[in-house]
Design a protein around this ligand. Structure first.
Ligand SMILES: NC(=O)c1ccc[n+]([C@@H]2O[C@H](COP(=O)([O-])OP(=O)(O)OC[C@H]3O[C@@H](n4cnc5c(N)ncnc54)[C@H](OP(=O)(O)O)[C@@H]3O)[C@@H](O)[C@H]2O)c1
Length: 180
């Protein structure tokens, strides 16, 4: 099975590709990068990986040809777009048009952009990527499953910004302090 990840340069996209390529020889992966200079070294030379230049913000650059599955998400625009909802819609329309153009994609795994507003259940991007990669290639989700098939992914427990603070400090060596 050939799985396309777009955009591949997101942290979640990278985690998904990592998970797919660990499944040695099972799946090939096409990563869509707006800047090919950002393809991680360990992907570049992987025999089951192909990087293609493309930007989800520009429909004519998107080439999903030969792919069976698309794993996609909207890059975060909350702080960079005047109208994040309109930008997200524009990007989704671009991806939809590119999917229809190739006609070979039988499954789309779309990662919602809005999960972070939930009161509980924050999950690391590494786990989200790996979980979505598994969903993308899971043959048990058959044609008879009703669509859209919505999966809610929750963390093992709720945590607050106060819980994150010491972790950030531990990871970066810097002292973080929360203030309102
Ligand atoms: N629902 C949930 O629980 C959940 C969990 C995880 C992620 N997500 C969603 O998945 C999406 C990705 O999250 P993330 O944390 O993995 O993202 P991220 O790493 O912060 O993504 C930012 C990267 O997107 C890339 N990108 C590609 N095309 C872009 C474009 N046209 N405009 C701007 N940036 C572009 C940029 O990389 P380059 O500069 O290298 O191109 C940028 O550095 C978000 O929408 C996020 O909300 C949701």
């Amino acid at each position: 099975m050939k799985v396309c990840v777009a955009p591949a340069s997101t942290k979640t996209g990278r985690a998904a590709i990592d998970a797919l390529l660990k499944d040695t020889g099972q799946h090939s992966v096409v990563g869509i990068y707006r800047d090919l200079g950002k393809v991680p070294e360990h992907f570049k030379w992987h025999p089951w990986f192909e990087a293609r230049q493309g930007d989800v913000a520009s429909v004519e650059t998107l080439n999903f040809s030969g792919c069976d599955v698309l794993l996609t998400m909207t890059p975060p625009f909350l702080f960079t777009s005047d109208d994040p909802v309109a930008t997200a819609k524009e990007i989704s329309d671009n991806v939809k048009e590119a999917v229809l153009r190739v006609g070979s994609i039988r499954r789309i795994v779309y990662i919602s952009s809005g999960g972070a507003q939930h009161e509980s259940g924050v999950v690391s991007v590494k786990d989200v990527g790996a979980f979505c990669a598994a969903l993308a290639v899971d043959m048990k989700i058959s044609e008879s499953t009703s669509y859209p098939f919505i999966v809610e992914l929750h963390g093992p427990k709720a945590y607050s910004p106060e819980d994150v603070e010491p972790l950030k400090s531990h990871q970066t060596g810097a002292i973080y302090q929360l203030s309102i």
